[in-house]
Design a protein around this ligand. Sequence first.
Ligand SMILES: [Zn+2]
Ligand SMILES: [Zn+2]
Length: 161
Amino acid sequence: MGSGFGVKCKACSASWEGSLGIGLRYSEERMKVTLTEPKSRGSMRLFSDDSEIQGEIASLMNQNASLLDYEHSAYLCAGCHWIESKFYISIKTLAAEEIYTPKYKCSKCRNALIRIKMEQNENDVQILDEKGNEIPWKCPLCNGTKLVKDNLSAQNDILWD
Ligand SMILES: [Zn+2]
Ligand SMILES: [Zn+2]
């Protein structure tokens, strides 16, 4: 069952939302079709605005790489702190025995996006990196430093399949 996030800057109310997790349609079989032949019928639109990454993944999958993990995830721009939702995937490449994950770029400033987790606290929403360390957040629009749950976002409390 998938979920979502909806957050906003407490100072200026700029808001961000997106999907998290995976749903029932994301069977491993369907994922393999989607990743190996992204243009085929029955493949899902997971990388619509990232055709370069879609191509990288397809070429790895065509070399019998194995699929380790995948889900919709939240990302933070290391440069301007814009928040985005992207499709996370990790693949073990057969040849080099390396783990591949897509390197997404911020749609605003083209800096690298890093995968994050958001944690709802009493007063605000904390941003954590993949190791669980807190990342101080700064609003790209007003320099505010407090991120809070956006109660107007339909992505909060959503459960999709
Ligand atoms: Zn702001
Ligand atoms: Zn950015």
